[in-house]
Design a protein around this ligand. Sequence first.
Ligand code: SF4
Ligand code: SF4
Length: 351
Amino acid sequence: MIYKTMYKHDFKKFLTEVMKDNTLIAPVIKDYDKNKKPVYQFDQVWDYDEIDFNYTKSYSSIKNFFIPYEETLSRFDFSKSQWSQQIEYTIHPRVIFGARSCDVDALLKLDKVLMHGHFPNPYYIARRKNTFIIGLDHEAFEDCFCRSVGSDNVSHGFDVFLTDIGEKYFMKINSSKAMDILSGFELREVTEEDQDDYKRIKSRIRESFTTKVDISDLSNLMDLEFESDVWKKWGSLCLSCGSCAMVCPTCYCYTVTEEIDPSLRTASKKRALYSCNLVDFAEVAGGHNFRPDPEKRLKYRFYHQHRGFVESYDEPKCVGCNRCGKACPVGINPAEIIADLNKEHIMRREK
Ligand code: SF4
Ligand code: SF4
């Protein structure tokens, strides 16, 4: 890792230049909610002034730039008695500006499955390799619990990570590509004063986490509380809408459909994000549904986050952003469910 600083007016020049040859994706205000608070999303920008540098939390995560809601995997054409297949992996080089530590950590978790897993996903890999990531530090929001799950700091998975230290950005430069590009701009050496500012701001960020979630023994607890009424309590509320998985930065379940044109001359194979909370997620041929109740589906979503992934990778899949809790129309959220499981377990032990 190389540490440098850059004045904000120089960083503006850098991003403006980057926009000329790359697609720039950054946080922007998309709408206002019923309390007149801005709704932020990551989207393509064409002008530096469109970027909201003070954005809070984007409604959905940057995951969707790597795993879109829907994508065409391949197209087929039938002519002269022969099928031909077209597959497109390539994308225009892009820069994502403003990713939070938990967003970058979520990408690292997706990399483990979709890049380094048993079945690497070439579509994901092409997008990941052609995306330059610029992270941006921030103080925690009321509902963030990324510190509890170890996602409040990242040391890789990005090209540059910025901390706002006043007139300058403190920059962690993590790739030779980033160093090459940034060298053409006004990079500065880190002074003692910059270091002090950086440490002061990092400690303020650390102290800003108010929501704490105890995951110390959660993967075992998941097994011990498999039949817990906690699942009934929260599951009975679940509408099986799937919104939680759509906005979650680490949920990657999908479905594949094939569409054949009535002329029988063209066809396509499409993949769409899916959710394990949807009613037919565990339905198999013949119509049997292995998880017919919302409580079972909710439980298994949590199992994947805090039990299955831990078993495979020694870390939870959840990065503590609480996007699922914000998107859920009935207020189902991980912090309260995990607190209930911990409480239930203690009560049982004390009986
Ligand atoms: S808090 Fe919710 S949305 Fe965020 S990573 Fe965990 S499960 Fe996904
Ligand atoms: S968003 Fe809430 S109601 Fe919808 S599936 Fe997820 S937990 Fe259930």
